[in-house]
Design a protein around this ligand. Sequence first.
Ligand code: UGA
Length: 448
Amino acid sequence: MNSPTKITVIGLGYLGATHAAAMAELGFDVLGLDIVPEKIQKLARGHAPIYEPGLDELLGRHVAGLPGSSGRLSFTTSFADLAAFGDVHFVCVNTPQRPGEYACDMSYVDAAVEALAPHLDRPTLVVGKSTVPVGSAARLARRVAELAPAGAEAELAWNPEFLREGFAVEDTLSPDRIVAGVTGERAEATLREVYATPIAAGTPFLVTDLPTAELVKSAANAFLSTKISFINAMAEICEAADGDVVRLAEALGHDDRIGKKFLRAGIGFGGGCLPKDIRALMARAGELGAAEAVSFLREIDAINMRRRAAMVELTRESLGGSLLGKRVAVLGAAFKPDSDDVRDSPALNIAGQLHLQGAQVTVYDPKAVENARRVFPTLAYASSAVEAAQSADAVLHLTEWREFREIDPAAMGEVVGERRILDGRNTLDPELWRKSGWTYRALGRPTA
Ligand code: UGA
């Protein structure tokens, strides 16, 4: 490979669209591929298929054909075009949980490799970024060499991605570490060239074998899930013992071996990553005969799911023991703020459970209403927090968008039926709400 300046990205979702735009920002010519033509059409107009802060601006700077753009980023649906164009091919397709199983669905990754490899007729590097069960990279490396006309000159590396939704652009341009799982020096050199800018800026570049690289990602998400469920388990104890989990977390966080981050107690973790990644790790460990090593993750998962049920129960109890016919306003549908992603969203899941148990639920989210409506068409949706709160018997704060922290409790108090606020994210100020005559309740702080 002479000059690996040409990069391709397969799969243009949260991961791929951001990676493609970031690679163009770093100065590379990039060709992105997705099998969904509508996604390509949208991207070609400079619009991300998802809501992600800063991504549309980045696309606007680089998508070919847009006024004033660098022209470095274009799109295709053809694998033949992709192979002809690129020296380094990033695989960024998703690996969702298989319906009814813990294991993840590798069919998109497999299909991408099967479609690309037969066109690889010169020295190339295929780089996996998707989160996969350990052992996949070695299998895919063999498959690439088998199918590619270039044979062993078509190599595969694994380079897991650690970006957070809501911070995807920032995390991709300045990652906190780069992990390169490789089988040879050439692949390492290529990846060092691709990431020369962040490396020069001080980002640690860690070279590992293929299985370790795959495992870094699974382990990171397992650790983060464990941290969240740990504090949520402490919230359950606080509920039983009249403690305050927010103060507890604050006090724990001052120990820098523990740290403050990911100790926010509430309705727990959701999204397209943490829940399915811990389940996929359990499934893979089982296949490897190491199930016992991660059996604790079953408990992490159970604690997490219990928090959703606890929020439903807190609502029922606050409403005097029955949800039937009660009007409930739900603030938030996305699994976290600054995202329109509702995959396995605790907020939407709770809204759905309340609705199924007889409450009249109206949901508002700054960005995720359209996606939520597709998943739960039977819920009512509002176009503002105040509209959702009209005549409500209880207002539930379930995704901690900044605009919800800025709500004026006095103004909202004018439109509700009852001034009852239930904070599922522990980010509202109880005193502020109480001053305006609201009853404030939260998970894990019965006395707050
Ligand atoms: C997560 C990881 O943080 C990323 O490093 C990783 O790259 C990504 O998964 C992935 O595998 O692709 P993300 O799903 O965007 O990123 O969201 P997080 O910020 O990790 O939050 C996950 C969930 O945990 C959210 O529902 C959030 O509300 C919840 N959470 C987070 C808490 O309940 N408490 C906390 O203290 C932190």
